[in-house]
Ligand binder design. Structure first.
Ligand code: IPD
Ligand code: CA
Ligand code: CA
Length: 262
């Protein structure tokens, strides 16, 4: 399929950062057994990855804004366009030597996500989408799963770390949801959770307390793969309110009701 210059540039930037992170990831595996541990090293890798993305994306499109996890937001001369970037989503996995993390890049235009790239560099899987052009993984078209029954479906979430304010509500979600599903997974990357919903690997995903860079690219992936995505509360914008629920069409309403406790 014909892709835009922006998307091609996003893919190139993601690959460049992905290569640097794969190198760092190998180093983490060595540091894992050292007495100091890989903590500081990962924080540095994370920041460097964002710096590289900022250089690549703003170098190519200097008028766009830039919102990333690791640095202050940059307002662009063009207020209608903004990059929303998580240079490393799944940091805790990365830190522990678990190969499940990604680079996430979204392009927002007039409040809507119009292009998305989520690169799982360790597995060489690039999920990407453009508004109206479908969702893809490498060269294959993606579709959300066809499951219709909650009890046959697998749902992903992020179980918050101790001390995070969203833990009690998430535990209540789990108490309501787990008994009516085929299982719940918490694999530690919001962006990959959404890419996996787009790919039909997970049937749905929800999370409370997410940031725009965790879910911006995933929103477009899920929708372009034929799925539904919204905030947990009716009418909220997931990018503003920081909650997300997504699934295929047959499951979406029932799943969201369970999460809402209705
Ligand atoms: C986190 C991951 C995790 C999710 C958290 C995010 P980070 O992002 O996506 O899966 O549960 O809400 O903050 O810190 O690894 O970029
Ligand atoms: Ca993140
Ligand atoms: Ca991050």
């Amino acid at each position: 399929m014909q892709t835009s210059a922006n998307l091609n540039m996003m893919k190139k930037a993601a690959r460049k950062v992905g290569r640097a992170l794969v190198k760092d990831f190998r180093e983490v595996e060595n540091l894992q057994v050292s007495s100091k541990g890989p903590g500081d090293f990962v924080t540095k890798a994370d920041r460097e990855a964002e710096k590289l993305l900022r250089e690549e994306l703003l170098g190519a499109r200097p008028t766009y804004g830039f919102l990333g996890e690791e640095s202050a937001e940059t307002e662009g001369a063009d207020p209608t366009r903004r990059w929303i970037v998580d240079p490393l989503d799944g940091t805790t996995n990365f830190l522990h030597g678990l190969p499940h993390w990604c680079v996430s890049i979204a392009l927002e235009h007039k409040g809507e996500i119009v292009a998305a790239v989520v690169l799982d560099a360790a597995k060489d899987e690039m999920f990407w989408a453009e508004k109206g052009g479908g969702a893809w993984m490498n060269e294959s078209r993606l579709r959300v799963s066809g499951r219709r029954q909650m009890i046959e479906s697998i749902f992903a979430t992020g179980v918050p770390f101790g001390g995070k304010g969203t833990l009690p509500a998430t535990l209540q979600d789990l108490a309501r949801l787990a008994p009516v599903t085929a299982g719940v997974r918490s694999w530690g990357s919001a962006a990959l959770n959404m890419a996996y919903v787009a790919a039909g690997r997970f049937d749905g995903y929800w999370e409370r307390g997410v940031q725009p860079w965790d879910i911006a690219a995933g929103l477009l992936l899920v929708r372009e793969a034929g799925g539904f995505a919204s905030a947990i509360r009716e009418g909220d914008d997931p990018l503003v309110k920081g909650s997300i629920v997504c699934a295929n069409e047959p499951l979406f309403d029932g799943f969201r009701k369970v999460i809402r406790g209705e």
